[in-house]
Design a protein around this ligand. Structure first.
Ligand code: MN
Length: 147
């Protein structure tokens, strides 16, 4: 199919709404995933993620990078030791090996595109020691402690 038309909201013809991750595989809350482009003749894959109000992605890191563009809503992300405010059309560059997590603001659905390598390593989750190290910063501790 050459063109998959947009439907109401952030939805497209022939694009399935998928679980963000396998249930129980990692901590996350109120987030869905759509694969928009995944061609065997391209090295990248483009996904659309949507986090419902108060939800969040997994706190994780991996050797592949992410290139993220916010499409809708407001929220925040943790990248390494810093928390950033996010809004529509902001570009987020997540380098390899850096801890990251996205959170939707209260009352906001946060929707974003994410470009990744098709072939990529699996994310790793923080050990209790690594989490404690991140939480040594009060701003990061508050961000991670919001569940
Ligand atoms: Mn990631």
């Amino acid at each position: 199919m050459s063109i998959r038309r947009r439907r109401d909201g952030f939805d497209w013809e022939a694009v399935e709404v998928l679980a963000y991750k396998e249930e129980g595989a990692a901590p996350f809350k109120a987030i869905t995933r759509r694969t928009l482009f995944d061609r065997p003749d391209m090295a990248g894959e483009l996904r659309y993620f949507e986090i419902a109000a108060g939800g969040h992605s997994t706190l994780e890191r991996h050797q592949h990078a992410h290139a993220v563009m916010i499409l809708t809503g407001r929220g925040r992300c943790l990248i390494g030791g810093d928390v950033h405010l996010l809004g529509p059309m902001d570009l987020v560059d997540i380098a390899p090996g850096v801890w990251h997590q996205f959170r939707a603001a209260a009352g906001e659905t946060l929707g974003f595109l994410c470009l990744v390598d098709r072939d990529r390593d699996r994310p790793s989750l923080p050990t209790p020691d690594e989490r404690a190290e991140l939480c040594a910063d009060a701003v990061v501790a508050a961000f991670l402690g919001e569940d």
